[in-house]
Design a protein around this ligand. Structure first.
Ligand code: ZN
Ligand code: ZN
Length: 172
């Protein structure tokens, strides 16, 4: 769904859409399970130079590899978003746009429309936690034999002898 400025100039646009897996395309590691549902409103803010506000609610189930054991880890995103888009400003000197303090949540759009898919992709990626684990307290993989320690205890840890004890043994 694309919001054209000429339409937004007349009225806000309500949306209620579902994107099938692959339509948005997050990243290779992040797989979308089922439809992504988003509903909300896009509007052109008055008394601005074409600033567009898109807000609403998004819900999607994602899956990735657990950071510790590499088994699938489910990530649910179910939250509100409130995004601001400004037209790209081409300054005469070096084409750089300087953001004022506290404006880091503003993105930019080029041309005469703002795409909902890009907005949702950006928001969902920011909602994914830094640490992605299959469960709380995932034990991960054994560094010695690679066994999944959530499923079995391999015994490697027990066999590993504390180097300090080995040193003592050598002395005796
Ligand atoms: Zn895990
Ligand atoms: Zn092991």
């Amino acid at each position: 769904m694309i919001f054209s400025l000429s339409e937004l100039e007349h009225h806000p646009i309500l949306f209620d859409v579902t994107y099938a897996p692959g339509e948005i395309g997050f990243s290779e590691e992040l797989r979308q399970k089922g439809g992504l549902h988003a509903a909300g409103k896009a509007e052109l803010l008055r008394n601005t130079l074409g600033e567009v506000r898109i807000r609403g609610h998004v819900k999607v189930e994602l899956e990735t590899d657990c950071d510790r054991c590499l088994e699938p880890a489910a990530i649910g995103v179910d939250n509100d978003f409130d995004l601001f888009y400004r037209p790209v400003v081409k300054t005469s000197s070096h084409g750089e746009v300087h953001l004022e303090e506290g404006e880091i949540d503003i993105s930019f759009y080029e041309g005469d429309s703002v795409g909902l898919r890009d907005a949702l992709r950006e928001h969902v990626l920011l909602s994914v936690p830094m640490q992605k684990v299959c469960r709380e307290g995932c034990k991960g993989l054994c560094p010695e034999c690679g066994a999944n320690l959530n499923e079995k205890s391999c015994g490697c840890a027990a066999q590993r002898v504390d180097p300090r004890l080995t040193a003592l043994k050598d002395l005796s």
